[in-house]
Every structure is written in C-alpha cells, then in structure tokens.
Design a protein around this ligand. Structure first.
Ligand SMILES: Nc1ncnc2c1ncn2[C@@H]1O[C@H](COP(=O)(O)OP(=O)(O)OP(=O)(O)O)[C@@H](O)[C@H]1O
Ligand SMILES: [Mg+2]
Length: 1005
C-alpha cells in the first residue's frame, strides 16, 4: 500500500517579541500573507526576500490572553494559536497514525525562536505534542471497541552525540548505544525505556518527568540545554481481526523532535580553531542539514548521491522520518527581530530545502501471529549463536591479532544480545502487554503521588526553584527548606548533605540554611564555597527574601520562594527569570546592561552576546580550577575603534591567560564556545573517573594554545592630510581594547616622489579632487615607540595594511627594549588616484597594530606550587580596583576613534592655516615691494606673475579672490594708462571700491 513520493510538509511560525526585544525597540523584519513569508534585511534597502511554504503561521501579534491564560486571536486578526497549528499539523499526524503510517514532526530554528513553544508549549498554551496525545486517547475512546490499542512512550535527548534516556534518572557513562537492526537496516537505541501508557495524563506526566530529568542532568553537567535534541517517540499499535478472522497489527511510530537551536557557522565557532574536529558541538544538526540537502537533491532528480545518515546519532535515528517510510512535517520557528536577520534567513533557506524532500510512507500492517512466530524463530537462532560461541562468524579475520579477534568477537556478541533484547521487547508488546502495562502503571502511580504532594507543599513551605536558560527547564527542580537546618553539598560529604548537588564549584559542604519560623537564612558552608545572592558574592549569613536569586557554584541557579513571608525586596519584579538573574550578575561584574534604548544595533548585539557568554566564561574558570589548568578566562569587549580599520562592530572576545607566566591569548567568541564545549566534555570524563583525561597530549587539550604574539594595542593614523599632499607626523597613543594607553608610537606619512623624496613645500593641493587620475606616492614611516609594560621587552613589532592590501606589512622584531627604534619605511604608490583612494584619504586610516612577543617561559617555582584556584584568587585581589567602572563604559558611546580622527583633522586644518598664512605674508610682501617702488618702476606684468604664482599654489577661496583681483588689475591695464591706473588703484585701496576691498580682505583673511 505504498503511496507515491509525498513531499515533506513545511510550516513556518513567527513568535512575538520577547521582553528584551521590546526593551530595545527591536524592528520587525518578517511579513506573512497567505502562503508567503517575506524577510527584510534591516541594514539595506533591498527588497524583502520571499519564500512560500505549506503553512505560514503569524503568531507575532494580534492575540489576547484569555482568563485561563490561553492566547487566542483577536477578532479579525491573523494570529495563529496553538490550536490552529494543531488543527493543521497535529490532526494530520493523528489521522495518519490511525491509518498505520509512521509520522514525524520536527521543529527547527535558532535558540529562543519558539521550537519548544510549538512542540511542547508553555503552561496553558499546550503545544502539538500534548494536544496530539490528548486527541489520540479521545479518538480511541470514541473508536471501534473491537480494536485493541497499545501505546508506548519514550523520551530521549542527544547531547554531544550521546544518547540519554530521559525516563531514567541514571544513565550509563557515555550514554546509550545506538545500534542497527541487521534485518530492517534501521537504527534503534539499545535499552531505551519504553513505558506503556493508558491515558493522556500519563503521557503528560511522563513528559514532565523527562523534562525534570533533563534539567537535573544538564545542570549537573553544565550542559547548554539548547544544544540538545529532544526526541519523543510514541508507538501506536492497533490490533484487530481482519475479514479472514486473522489478528493483524497496525503499527505507527510517531517521532516528535525538538531540535537543538541552530546557530550561524561563525558562532558555532571552530572557524580556524585547531581543535574544531574534536568538537561534536552541533554535529547532529549539521549532519541533519547535509542529509536534508542530499535528500532534496535526490528528489530533484540528481543521481548518485549518498545520503549521509550515518554521520550522526540524530540522523541515524531519524533516517526513516527523513528519507523513508514516514509522513513528515517540519516546523521552522522564526524570530521576528532585526538582530536575528542572518539566523532567520538561514532557517528559511533550510526550510526551503526541506520542502523538496519526498518520502514514501507505507501502512505498517502485519498478521500478528506471523510476526510473533518470526521473532521467536529469530531469537532461537540468536541464542544458539551465542551459546555456540565459536559459531559466531568472523569475516575477514585473517591478518588480525588474537586481541583484535577477541575484541571483534565480544562486539558481535554484544550486538546479538542487544538484538535479542529488542526482539524480546517486541514480543512483550504482543503477548506480555497486559503485564507490562500493570508494571509501568504501578511505577507511575508511585511517582505521581510524590509529585502531587510536592505541588501542595509549594504553597506552604519555603523552597528553592531552579532557573534555567531554557524556559522549558525552569521550575523543574524544587528543594524545600522547611526543616530548621538544611545542608547543601556534594554527595561524597560526610554526613551526606540534605540536598546534594554536583557539578562545577560545588563543595562537599557548600551551604547551610536555617529556618526559624519562616525566616530563612543562608550562609556558605565553608571558605571558598561560591554562592551569589542577587548577583553579589555571599560571605556570611544572610536572611533571604521572597524571590531572591541564589547561585550555588557556577551553574545551579535558583529563585527562593517563601509563601510564609511573601514580601519581596524593593525593586524585585513579580516574575523573576533566568535573564533577570544573569543580567544582575553581569551588572555586578561591571558590564553595563541597562537601557538598551540608546544603544546602536551593534552595541545591542554585543550586549546580548555578553549576557550569553558570561556564565560560560564563569564555567570555564571553574573547570580550569577543578582540572587545575592554570588558566583564567575573561570576557573582553573590543570597541570598533580598537579594531583595525574604521567603522567596525563591537566584538565580544574571550581572553585566556596563563596564570603561571602571564601569557595571554585572545579568542573569538566562536572559538571560545567551541573550546568550552570540549572543556566540558573533558571535565565530564574526568568526573566519570577517566584518568587518561589528565594525560592527554597538550595538542588535544582545549585549555592549551601554543604561545603566540600578543596584540598590545593599536593606533590609527587618519589620512586627510595626504589628500592635500601634506605630511602627517605625530606621536600616537597606543591603546588596548579597553582604551587603556599602553604606549606611544611615532608615525610619519609623507607625500613623496616615486623614489620617496618628500614633495616640495610649494606643492600644495588645494582640493583633493585635483589628484584624480594622477599618480600619487607616499611614504609610511614607523619611527619608534615607547611601551609602558616591562613584560613586553621580549620583542616588539608593528603590523599594518594600507588601503585594501591583503597582506600585512610587518616591521622587524626588536628585542630587549621598551623603546624600539624601527625607523621602518615603505613607499606606497597609487599609479592613478581613483575616487576610492580619495574616500580613503578622506575618512580612512591606517591602523598600526603593536605586537609583543610572548615566550613560554618557565614560571616561578612558587607559582607552580599554587593551585589554579589560589592563583585566580591572588590575581583577582591585585586586579580589583578600577575594573568595574572602566568596563561599564564599554557599551557606551566609545569615542576614542573619533577623538583621533578629530585630532588628525585639527592638525590638518592647522597645517593648512599655516600654509595660508605663509602665502599671505608672501603676497603682502609682493604688494609692499610693488608699492614702495617709484611709480615709473611699477610694472604690472611682473607683479601679476608674482601674485598669480603664489595664489595658484594656495586654497580655493584665495585662488578665486586673487583671480578677481587680477581681473580688476587687468581691466586697469587694458584701459591703457597703467601707471596712472595703478596709482588710482592704490588710492582706491582706501575704502571706495568694494570689489577691490573684498579682494584685499580675502588676501589677508
Ligand atoms: N508563538 C508564540 N507565542 C507566544 N510566545 C512564544 C511563541 N513562541 C515562542 N514564544 C516564547 O518565546 C520564548 C522562547 O521560545 P522557546 O523556548 O520555544 O524557544 P526554543 O526555540 O525552544 O529555544 P531553545 O533552542 O533555546 O530551546 C519562550 O518564552 C516562549 O514562551
Ligand atoms: Mg527549546
């Protein structure tokens, strides 16, 4: 009953602005009408790009909140509610499931774009998954009573290419195995828990259970939940008798996939990172992209394409959903905001490709007894193979060492065992169903009782509730502190604390909480126990107020709730979330984060990135401490002015510092993200007791980098003077990314001949336009510099590029001095000056980058003995003063670039003025000489030539005015009586002839 290839259905949905977007006055860049979606680039005047999909859901505005919290469309608005999305997409899934087709629904989109909202939903606004499940049971209840239904539910997540069973609290190290069924060719997860469910409520609770497990695991592992893919699988089976009286089983596997947030290639980082191959950062997601592209190409008729399913865990598990026996729907979630333009456009392109895929779904219906018989027979064979041991065929065994052969034998044995278990499970689903149902039900009831009790306690007892970056995971963990004393710490503490946490920077005895009649006091459990309350480090006992934010270690963030004393501190909002708590921490660290309104888009983006990266940097520091890597990390904002060239965007980078020898490295944000992911992996392995982790070669260590030259700072030489063929000679301040002065550099730019000889003083360009089409040469000289910090004496050099040169010019490296004299010079030639060159002179600059050589010096033996933690503490003591305020200006209007430019303009004006003054003096001299001559010697021609020579080598105004003067004089000479006229003009110099007065005024101006 195969159907002809049917395309994957694609829907797009755009969400409302979130609070941060509203605060900064984000612009809407998405428009929808009918099946069309348009996206507008906020930075250009280009026409919007158009896309068409099967469904377009406008969920950006036009809704009202019902008293029960459900968002519904206002009358006449095009708002697409959760129900509407279900009606279109979910109903189709249900119908197909009843027909016996496999169905898949997956949500794709950038982090925070609304994937989970559409799939799972929040609060009363339930998403497709719960509504579909609910409807499934309702339809069954209404349906044919002769049909026996069996439903199993499982939930897993893929993180860092490892599969974690979300219905189990404890998972094996390294996650569950993904295996391939040799007969069907399909991949499955070995030992994944599949529970029998009898009602929608059970599924709902199971999803909550899965989400809670996910939260605990991700918090303990410091995993970023948006990097995880969540897969819910419902197997829906219908057993009925056909006309021949034979029992048949219709089976539909429904996969509901909430994918990890997609990110631009540059922010998943790794671009240019030595360790990029090691990171599984988004391997599954990029593999999914490749699979979709390959499938789309196949559907378009391209031949000989290998679909790379095997490249990742996710694509293995979704093989059927994507390119096989399944009816598949994809929802692409879109952010409406201008700053997400690139990501949103890439989501739309992805979706556009996906809609080309064609699948062939078939009804999965088989006679039950035949299926059971086959499974049994196969199991018999497998058991025999196992018992026989030697019966395991070893192909290509020749040339293998005994060890290799043994290893292979063991692997095959394991394969067989897995297969046996999987078959047995399938058999259970048939004959053993009733028992399985009972068992799962009992387990569910017990857990459910506990949950209901906890819900009631929340209204009566003070407690901590977790906050997570992913709103779906917030509120999933609750710790009550109703006892008079509660302790928090690691499970290996003695005695074991009341609340056990694990993960970074959690100490054995981390915190003590006392409760006296509802007054709850928190204090660190010992020295070095990291706790922050409302962003500030906690050093002694503190009484907690309702809705206070508490961070234990580096990743356990909670909000304290006290129903006994529900008065919150002044200034605390009614709703406290992750963003609020993180912003508060960023502010405490000195990053100004308030008032997005006055910031440019670039600054807003930088601010978002800081909020994202700051907790990760804290984590990297904690991992460095625990693994004793002697490295510290710091977020650095590089203003446009501190970067090469003019008009650059503020850049968020991370500085890594070797605490033993002071060497530093600057990492791009993407590279840091990549490294942090690897660090996390390393740390996890170390926690799992993998000793090899501490012995890995440094080349594979994410904390290690070869020593590189450090950028001390830069200075910009602006080029206006070149446009006037004037030289530039100045001592420029070399500033680092923070704007701190690191030294002075002497730079000279001299307009010259081709051979480098400075142009004649008399050569004066009045208007840069005059240079157009002519050859132009200038000499760049880096004379010397004075550097402030002694540690840069190991070598200093300067790098720069002129105009659009691809290569840098580099001075030699001078060692042993903090005042190196390079006296480097180089002639730059523009064979024919173009408009671009003139623009470059007018607003461009040459950025001179000053580098210091770093050496991997042997550190002080005293320092080596210190732990990373001690070193970091020591450093923070010496660095504290001044850090905060300096940084807090980072988001403000950084004008240091403008300052240098203004200064350059000023110098240029001054020089022009000096020139004019000189010319003027010369003219006055000529006039005086002429006047002082006896009238019979007052010859007009030589005078005219002299004035013209001076005038034409000076400024425009001067030139035109002198021209005027000349015209007047010439008129006089044409009138014949030169001498007399001259005399006349002399008398007129008094005040009678306005034209001449003006000319004169110009000359002395
Ligand atoms: N259609 C919508 N209507 C109202 N609010 C929405 C809608 N879609 C998303 N949101 C809100 O936007 C926020 C982010 O959405 P969501 O958590 O679904 O993103 P996500 O794509 O799953 O992100 P991540 O990749 O981080 O998991 C949530 O607070 C959610 O409530
Ligand atoms: Mg999500």
């Amino acid at each position: 009953m195969a159907e002809a290839g049917e395309s994957v259905k694609v829907a797009v949905r755009v969400r409302p602005f979130n609070q941060r977007e509203k605060d900064r006055g984000a612009k809407l860049i998405i428009e929808m009408s009918g099946a069309q979606t348009r996206i507008k680039n906020p930075d250009t005047k280009d026409e919007p790009k158009m896309f068409a999909f099967d469904f377009s859901y406008w969920s950006h505005d036009g809704y009202t909140e019902q008293p029960n919290g459900v968002l519904e469309a206002k009358p006449g608005s095009k708002y697409a509610s959760q129900q509407r999305v279900f009606d279109d997409l979910g109903k189709g899934v249900l119908d197909n499931a009843f027909k016996g087709f496999n169905c898949s629904l997956f949500a794709y989109g950038q982090t925070g774009s609304g994937k989970s909202y559409s799939m799972v939903g929040y609060g009363e606004n339930k998403g497709i998954v719960p509504i579909t499940c609910d409807e499934l049971f309702k339809t069954m209840a209404k349906g044919n009573s002769d049909v026996k239904y069996q439903i199993t539910f499982s939930m897993l997540e893929i993180y860092n290419e490892q599969v974690r069973d979300l219905l189990q609290k404890n998972n094996p190290k390294g996650g569950l195995q993904v295996r391939q069924n040799p007969k069907l060719g399909l991949f499955y997860v070995q030992d994944l828990k599949k529970v029998a469910v009898g009602s929608y409520q059970e599924i709902e609770k199971r999803i909550a259970e899965g989400t809670a497990n996910r939260t605990v695991a991700s918090t303990n592992m410091n995993a970023t939940s948006s990097r995880a893919h969540t897969v819910v699988t419902i197997i829906f089976e219908q057993i009925s008798k056909n006309e021949a009286g034979q029992e048949t089983k219709k089976s539909s596997t429904i996969n509901l996939v909430d994918l990890a947030g997609s990110e631009r290639a540059d922010s998943t980082g790794a671009t240019g990172d030595r360790l990029k191959e090691g990171a599984n950062i988004n391997k599954s997601l990029s593999a999914l992209g490749n699979v979709i592209s390959a499938l789309a190409d196949l559907s378009m008729g391209k031949k000989k394409i290998m679909v790379p399913y095997r490249d990742s865990v996710l694509t293995k598990l979704l093989q059927n959903a994507l390119g096989g026996n399944s009816k598949t729907v994809m929802i692409a979630a879109l952010s409406p905001a201008d700053i997400n333009y690139d990501e949103t456009l890439s989501t739309l392109r992805y979706a556009d490709r996906a809609k080309k895929i064609k699948n062939k779904a078939v009804v999965n219906e088989n006679p039950l007894d035949k299926m059971i018989r086959e499974l049994r027979e196969e199991n018999e064979k497998l058991k025999k193979a196992l018992a026989g041991g030697g019966a395991i065929p070893i192909e290509g065994g020749s040339g293998m060492s005994p060890e290799e052969r043994e290893k292979m034998r063991r692997e095959m044995e394991e394969e067989i065992r897995a297969q046996l278990t999987a078959n047995q499970e399938a058999l259970d689903m048939g004959s053993g169903w009733e028992e399985k149902m009972k068992r799962d039900q009992a387990e569910y009831d017990a857990e459910n009782r506990e949950k209901t009790m906890a819900e009631e306690r929340k209204n009566k007892e003070p407690h901590f509730m977790n906050l997570n970056e992913d709103p779906l995971l917030s509120g999933m963990i609750v710790y009550f502190v109703s006892a008079s004393k509660t302790t928090i710490g690691r499970k290996d503490a003695d005695p074991v604390p009341t609340i056990t946490l694990s993960g970074l920077s959690i100490q054995k005895n981390h915190a003590v909480i006392t409760n006296e009649g509802g007054e709850v006091t928190l204090q660190p459990g010992g020295p070095g126990a990291k706790i922050k309350v409302n962003g500030a480090p906690l050093t002694g006992p503190r009484t907690l107020e309702h809705l206070d934010r508490v961070l234990f270690g580096s990743s356990h963030m909670y909000v304290f709730k006290n129903p006994l004393k529900p008065k919150k501190a002044d200034g605390t909002p009614d709703h406290v979330d992750w963003d609020f708590a993180q912003t508060e921490i960023a502010q405490a660290k000195g990053f100004a984060t308030g008032g997005m309104a006055g910031l440019t888009k670039d600054q807003q983006r930088a601010q978002e990135q800081v909020l994202e990266i700051l907790p990760l940097v804290t984590e990297a520091n904690a991992m460095s401490e625990e693994l004793n890597k002697h490295k510290s990390f710091e977020v650095i904002l590089i203003s446009g002015a501190a970067q090469e060239g003019a008009g650059k965007e503020t850049k968020v980078m991370v500085k890594m510092k070797n605490l033993l020898n002071g060497n530093t490295w600057l990492w791009e944000r993407g590279k840091f993200m990549n490294r942090r992911y690897l660090m996390q992996d390393m740390y996890q392995r170390w926690l799992d007791g993998d000793e090899d982790v501490m012995k890995i070669p440094k080349e594979e260590d994410p904390f290690w980098e070869p020593t590189e030259d450090v950028l001390i700072g830069s200075c910009n030489a602006f080029l206006q003077s070149l446009g006037y063929a004037l030289d530039f000679d100045d001592s420029l301040a070399v500033t680092d990314y923070k704007g701190t002065e690191e030294g002075q550099m002497s730079i000279v730019l001299t307009p010259s001949t081709q051979a480098g000889k400075p142009l004649d003083e008399e050569m004066f360009v009045d208007d840069p336009q005059e240079l157009l089409g002519k050859p132009f040469y200038f000499k760049v000289t880096v004379r010397n510099c004075d550097v402030n910090k002694a540690r840069y004496s190991k070598g200093l050099f300067v790098k720069y590029r002129v105009f659009n040169e691809a290569e840098y010019t580099q001075t030699p490296t001078l060692k042993g001095s903090l005042s190196p004299e390079w006296n480097h010079s180089r002639i730059v030639s523009f064979p024919s000056v173009t408009k671009e060159h003139l623009d470059y002179f007018d607003s461009g600059c040459i950025t001179f980058l000053l580098y210091g050589v770093q050496e991997d010096v042997v550190p002080d033996s005293k320092l080596v003995k210190m732990s990373t933690k001690e070193l970091r503490e020591m450093e923070s003591k010496t660095q504290r003063p001044g850090l905060g305020p300096r940084r807090s200006t980072s988001f403000g209007l950084d004008s240091s670039g403008d300052g240098t430019q203004l200064k350059a303009e000023f110098v240029l004006l001054q020089r022009k003025y000096e020139r004019l003054e000189k010319k003027e003096r010369r003219m006055q001299e000529i006039c005086r000489e002429w006047e002082s001559k006896p009238s019979e010697q007052q010859q007009f021609e030589p005078f005219f030539r002299a004035v013209s020579a001076v005038a034409y080598s000076t400024g425009t105004k001067l030139k035109t005015r002198v021209h005027l003067l000349n015209q007047v004089l010439q008129k006089g000479s044409k009138n014949g009586d030169t001498v007399k006229k001259r005399g006349h003009s002399k008398t007129q110099k008094g005040d009678k002839q306005p034209a001449e007065n003006q000319s004169k005024a110009c000359i002395v101006m």
